[in-house]
Ligand binder design. Sequence first.
Ligand code: PEP
Ligand code: MG
Length: 556
Amino acid sequence: MEKMLRGVGVSHGVAIGEVRHMGTAVLEPSAEQVPGQDTEHVTARARQAVDAVAADLLARGQLAGGEAQAVLEAQALMAQDPELMADVARRVAGGSTAERAVYDAFGAYRELLAAAGDYLAGRVADLDDVRNRIVARLLGVPMPGVPDSDEPFVLVARDLAPADTALLDPALVLGFVTEEGGPTSHSAILARALGVPAVVALPGVGELAEGTVVAVDGSTGEVTVNPSAEQRAALARVAEERRAAVAASAGPGATADGHKVPLLANIGGPADVAAAVEAGAEGVGLFRTEFLFLDDSERAPSLETQTATYRQVLEAFPEGRVVVRVLDAGADKPLSFLTPGEEPNPALGVRGLRTLLDHPEVLDTQLKALAAAAEGLPVYLEVMAPMVADRADAKAFADACRAAGLRAKFGAMVEIPSAALRARSVLQEVEFLSLGTNDLAQYTFAADRQVGAVSRLQDPWQPALLDLVALSAEAAKAEGKSCGVCGEAAADPLLACVLTGLGVTSLSMSASAIPYVRSALAEHTLAQCERAAAAARAAESAEEARTAARAVLSGE
Ligand code: PEP
Ligand code: MG
């Protein structure tokens, strides 16, 4: 019997194939005690396994590059936490086997994390993944993870660990569907970076029998179970039409009547530049520099290291535009030497610009590195601060940029509703705005972006979010300044048209989404986009907004 399920589409394309489930079984080693064992030898065995897993994660990271690399490196660091290793040694001394000691030590740490608040709880999945890998190695059994198969398949999982998504083989994994995760979760961002169709936040999909045929539409979020032959043919046709339209699109972003909307790429470092250039990005709209800071848990990278990395990116876009975001540490991206450890609500605590204003030397070094990197290049450098709340924040950032001798445009990210509500005031201090719709949704709806259960509220089609986008864009227009979008909202082709209709002046997204957005814009005039935007804002829910905009844009 065919059946339709609906989750959140996070990465474009259609995949039709058999379901294979991710091996998530938790390996629980025997709790039997071994009195009188050679504790040194057993501890050394555990350490070797930990080191091997950390090395494996680092190697996967190197293969994957970019943002995936940073996530995997953070996992490797987690594996080698000295306190965890000390706990393992204590447990071995108490008579545990190496595998049981690792299992229990990670279990104790897991409980601490889970109890410590939402952002740490969000890292529990990463910790479990590391533990499973170490225990599997010690037991000599296959690693949990992507199933082995010679035939291409649709991967179904509760959630995907970064280590798995980073190395998904697009030739074998046709697409993936997860029960958890939201549209802005790191798994979703990585899926887009890979260009694999993906749907997240689909509870119950884990119950589909192995081998069931499903059709996954990563654009609409629809998963058809046991599609009929006609349905398969229709879906394949739609996918083919979309692919052809996308392949035919080229050149700068513009509506059908020539209203220009530069299409820029979101990148995590130099490794993402090639894909951005290949997709025809007109520059970089968001360079997430925090990935550079994850390498060392003790200190910021040196001025020289930062300068060299920034220069590599700037050189790739001669005469193009590169928007660099200064370090956005804290909340879901904690840095131990900067982020306070004891906050009850880290997402509402010292993060983003607040962290930098507390550590002006870190901000100053980063700004000086950017100034040095841009020296002598014809690039249009723009530098922006994350988590700007008000005019005082914007002024503090602009002052720091001037003090560092940076010749660039200074901007503010709009991620906090207060900045959107008082955008004109913020714009007295900076030259542009960039809407970070992932965090703007999180703070507008009080909905943690890492929690799948509230993904309904993380939907960027929510009319309240569209209102805040409109307010910001109108303020920028009144001030004669620009207002782009660099959150994941820009990667949805239909929503990109609506954002354009709301007055947004550029769109920045994962490179893989650029051709889709370019082709959608090219099919509609600015007036159509404006009508779609008005219809979406008049709606009462995200779903209605989407339907209303689609109706306007398809001329229904
Ligand atoms: C955002 O919040 O929309 C954004 C672009 O920043 P990040 O996803 O890195 O927090
Ligand atoms: Mg953000």
